[in-house]
Design a protein around this ligand. Structure first.
Ligand SMILES: NC(=O)c1ccc[n+]([C@@H]2O[C@H](COP(=O)([O-])OP(=O)(O)OC[C@H]3O[C@@H](n4cnc5c(N)ncnc54)[C@H](O)[C@@H]3O)[C@@H](O)[C@H]2O)c1
Length: 406
């Protein structure tokens, strides 16, 4: 395939590694992020997120000038939109906030020309790609037949993004088969270990949401079992271990809830559009959202009215060994305990900040010395040593993840 001029809009957890991988595949990539501090940091050669091997890969691509950081969206052959799609609380419940995607599309429309390809990678509710195509046409003055749009949702695992970008299968959806073919041809220049499957745009949109909803529902089952076991007075981890001895049963491990920008958000995009048919999906979301509040009540029952107690929460990100705090159940728990009047501290080895959501962050040895009660929220590597586990066990604690079981 010919070397393409590509602009990637949004240089976060998805856009930055994608830009790097495309540049390494031989394309000329211009990365644009709406945040000036992101552009400035990248221009100085320093990536602003924590992701394995990304700094070295970025430096190499930038040094070879295959990847440049742009001050605005510039003329290209291909535009890849990787901006956030959070939800917002609307009257009818949680709905997708498409304002970032629309803003990015408007920026693309300003430079769009005949024959260009626009790829939406952000996770979106069904029919969004069609809406973005219409918006691009209206704002650029081109007809919808003059350019190409496709949806290629991302399914990488944070912490292993560079590997998975090259080895995961990709789903490419477009209303126009030529747009899907053009996108497939481009992605096959860097998806070396996986395959690219083509479908229509709505199937691709719903496919991404269905994948994350599958995970959310399965975690909700484990979390619900943990609450049932507590009422039954039995150990949920022992129960699940035994149940999984069945050859066709594989129950997941319960936790403090479900966080992150994907699993905690995407199922709502299905509920928003197909609420009547999506009762299981909605219930699973509600169970996972309830779990940190339920843990807070357990701790408050144990500690009673003694609000002078210092509570330390081990792990503030939304899952182990990453630095991403978005929708983190630990933050929800910490804030709920703080609102109840307790003195709450967090320990987060993957963050350099002093506070997270108003909660003071304290180093591991300090938090174990100063706190009267410890909540084990995540299995970060730093928490797994014999010495740390012994120190936790010595004091009152609540282990959400079974880390302290031998
Ligand atoms: N993070 C993941 O693991 C993951 C996995 C699969 C899918 N996704 C999806 O990918 C999309 C991006 O997620 P992310 O985690 O990379 O988000 P992020 O917040 O890490 O990065 C998004 C970036 O886009 C920038 N931005 C916002 N509006 C912009 C605009 N108009 N023009 C240019 N830049 C703009 C922001 O400043 C930010 O740096 C979301 O839809 C998310 O659901 C994320």
């Amino acid at each position: 395939m010919q070397r393409k001029e590509i602009t990637v809009l949004g240089l976060g957890y998805i856009g930055l590694p994608t830009a790097v991988v495309m540049a390494r595949a031989g394309h000329h990539v211009k990365g644009y992020d709406a945040k000036r501090e992101v552009r400035e940091s990248l221009r100085k050669g320093k990536i602003h997120i924590t992701e394995s091997h990304l700094q070295e890969a970025f430096t190499e691509a930038a040094d070879r000038r295959c990847l440049e950081i742009a001050e605005s969206v510039e003329n290209s052959d291909v535009y890849v939109i990787c901006v956030p799609t959070p939800f917002c609380e609307a009257e009818k419940g949680k709905t997708a906030d498409l304002s970032f995607v629309e803003a990015a599309a408007k920026e693309v429309a300003g430079v769009l020309k005949r024959g260009d390809l626009v790829i939406l990678e952000s996770t979106v509710p069904p029919h969004t790609t069609a809406g973005i195509t219409k918006l691009l046409s209206e704002k650029s003055g081109l007809s919808e037949q003059d350019f190409y749009t496709a949806h290629c949702p991302e399914r990488v695992l944070p912490g292993n993004i560079l590997y998975e970008l090259k080895h995961n299968d990709r789903i490419i959806g477009a209303a126009d088969p030529k747009a899907a073919e053009m996108t497939k041809e481009l992605y096959e220049t860097f998806v070396a270990g996986g395959r690219c499957y083509i479908c229509d745009d709505v199937t691709a949109e719903l496919c991404k949401l269905a994948e994350n909803t599958f995970r959310d529902i399965n975690i909700a089952y484990a979390n619900q079992l943990s609450m049932i076991c507590e009422s039954a007075g039995i150990d949920v981890f022992r129960l699940i271990g035994l149940a999984n001895k069945h050859p066709r049963v594989s129950i997941l491990t319960p936790g403090l809830g479900v966080g992150g920008h994907c699993l905690a958000v995407d199922p709502w995009f299905i509920v928003e559009k197909y609420g009547e048919e999506a009762s299981l999906i909605q219930t699973a979301r509600e169970i996972n959202e309830k779990k940190p509040v339920w843990v807070k009540e357990k701790i408050a029952d144990e500690l009673g009215q003694d609000k002078g107690k210092k509570i330390g929460i081990l792990g503030m990100t939304y899952k182990p060994n990453i630095d991403d705090m978005r929708e983190s159940p630990s933050v929800i728990l910490a804030e709920a305990l703080k609102n109840d009047g307790y003195q709450v501290y967090g320990c987060e080895p993957n963050s350099h900040g002093d506070t997270i959501g108003g909660i003071r962050i304290v180093p591991l040895d300090e938090i174990l010395d100063m706190c009267d009660y410890v909540v084990v929220a995540l299995a970060h590597d730093e928490f797994k040593s014999e010495e740390v586990r012994r120190k936790i066990i010595e004091r009152p604690h609540y282990d959400c993840i079974g880390l302290l079981r031998s």
